[in-house]
Design a protein around this ligand. Structure first.
Ligand code: ADP
Length: 483
């Protein structure tokens, strides 16, 4: 087991500091053992971080730079992550539970955000609006100011990278609150900022309890913009606090996303979508393929394939799973694992059938067998509520209209998918699925470049792509009366 530093501090105004609310213990979910201690920020710590960010923003030390200068620094942050890839990935694995190779993918993905948004820094241009003789009018896009980012535990590095890369590229200063379960690897983002030469106070990273530091940050009067990824309940609390200060939010609140699989789909290829769609990161992915809505004529074949994939995954400690392959790590915590297991039991009680997995592993650690549930109908809780675990629900349809109706029947609308060789059918479905992103014939098709965000209870605003830039800037119009 790699050595882990026993105590990790918060990073406020360019200094590593203790927490005003003491420390918390971070556990390794694969063993249940203590991994390290993390400083816990108080509301006063949050205030110092916000004041530091505000100072940077107002004195133009960052926002006033020529965009190419910001671009180079943002890109350097990504290079730092890649240069320290192995060290960060090991720590991430130990605190979060995912296999080491998945942690490597997460760090590489994080670096990609810095590359992409570093590149975009120079592209945020305004326009000139004709007002007739005697006037000259133009628009500019100015940074929002202090961007607050409240981070979940499923991608503790990548979620920070996604937000701060775009926020910094557009000239904002950031205060990041990490999740209580996974605060450690975030320290490397602060180190990346130091390596890149960000002005002191431009990037603050602290851990604290949601109800204390999180609430202090989301309700702070000097925060100008908030980005949150997490549960609907917490999203509502954050948006309500932000509303009191008239502060805009971007909320990404999960989903219950469905793949519609038609009789003519390439099922050999679809096996890969099952493997990645629901078992990557042990299903703890907002855009997981947690429902398959399959045509009745191929239902049994798809269930057999899904069960074969679930059964083929070796489940165990992420740190021992070094190579890309048929394996899965632990979930993030016993609480999350037990919640998922109880949802499976409730589904069974409601009439669903366990085709694969379905039980916690009888060893220490937050392990759950990769699970496939059949006989699921859209009226069941399991078809509507997010499990956030390696649990796939399979539903049947008879005709296209019914498939779309089922896909759209949850309160969520993050992503959706359609699998068919018929381009007309796929295109029609894509227009009818109420979700921010539709995958045709490959779950997770797209990348940093493609906008991501939800309809309905999945939230509002968009992350990724050029769309995300507009979260972090406000438009100013300048109208000049010429003499
Ligand atoms: P989970 O319940 O799975 O931990 P949450 O959505 O509650 O998911 O947590 C995501 C992030 O939101 C964490 O960083 C957490 O500390 C933070 N958080 C929780 N409650 C609040 C709150 N009331 N205000 C602000 N942030 C919060």
């Amino acid at each position: 087991m790699p050595e882990v530093k026993p105590y990790w501090k918060n990073y406020i105004d360019g200094a590593w500091v203790d927490g005003g609310s003491g420390k918390l213990t971070v556990e390794n979910p694969a063993t249940g053992e203590k991994l390290a201690e993390q400083a816990i920020a108080s509301a006063a710590d949050v205030d110092r971080a916000v004041q530091a960010a505000k100072r940077v923003y107002l004195d133009e030390a960052w926002a006033g730079l020529r965009p190419v200068e910001r671009s180079r620094k943002v890109q350097a942050m990504g290079r730092y992550l890649l240069e320290n890839l192995h060290e960060i990935a090991e720590l991430l694995t130990l605190e979060q539970g995912k296999p080491y190779w998945e942690a490597v993918i997460e760090i590489e993905g994080s670096a990609r955000y810095f590359e992409y948004y570093g590149n975009q820094a120079e592209t945020v241009e305004g326009r000139s609006i004709p007002l007739g003789d005697g006037y000259f009018d133009f628009t500019t896009h100015e940074p929002m100011g202090v961007s607050a980012q409240i981070i979940p535990w499923n991608y503790p590095v990548e979620m920070i990278a996604r937000g701060i890369a775009a926020a910094l590229a557009t000239g904002n200063a950031c205060v990041v609150k990490t999740a209580e379960l996974t605060p450690l690897s975030a320290a490397y983002l602060a180190l990346a900022g130091e390596y890149a030469g960000l002005p002191q106070g431009a990037l603050n990273i602290l851990c604290g309890h949601g109800h204390e530091a999180g609430a202090a940050l989301s309700g702070h009067v000097d925060v100008n913009q908030i980005v949150f990824t997490g549960s609907v309940k917490t999203g509502v609390a954050i948006a309500s606090a932000a509303a009191k200060n008239v502060v805009p939010c971007v909320l990404e609140l999960g989903g219950k996303s469905a793949a519609i699989v038609h009789a003519d789909a390439n099922l050999d290829a679809f096996e890969t979508d099952i493997r990645w769609g629901i078992y990557f990161n042990a299903g703890q992915v907002c855009s997981a393929m947690s429902r398959i809505i399959v045509h009745e004529s191929i239902h049994d074949d798809v269930v057999e394939r899904a069960s074969k994939i679930a059964g083929s995954l070796s489940v165990g400690a992420g740190i021992d799973r070094r190579e890309v392959g048929a394996n899965m790590g632990s979930m993030v915590s016993l609480t999350q694992r037990d919640r998922a297991a109880s949802m499976i039991r409730a589904a069974e009680g409601a009439g669903a059938i366990i085709a694969a997995g379905g039980r916690p592993l009888n060893v220490p650690g937050a392990f759950l067998d990769p699970t496939v549930l059949t006989g699921v109908t859209q009226d069941m809780t399991i078809a509507n509520e997010e499990v956030f675990g390696p649990v796939l629900s399979v539903l049947k349809f008879k005709n296209d209209a019914e498939a779309i109706q089922m896909a759209n029947a949850t309160p969520y609308g993050l992503v959706g998918g359609v699998f068919t060789r018929d381009i007309d059918r796929a295109t029609k479905a894509a227009t009818k699925i109420r979700a921010g992103q539709v995958f045709v014939n490959e779950w997770f098709a797209g990348g940093v470049e493609t906008p991501f965000g939800g309809y309905g209870k999945s939230g509002y605003g968009r992350e990724k792509g050029r769309e995300a830039l507009w979260n972090y800037v406000q438009t100013k119009n300048v109208a000049i009366k010429l003499a």
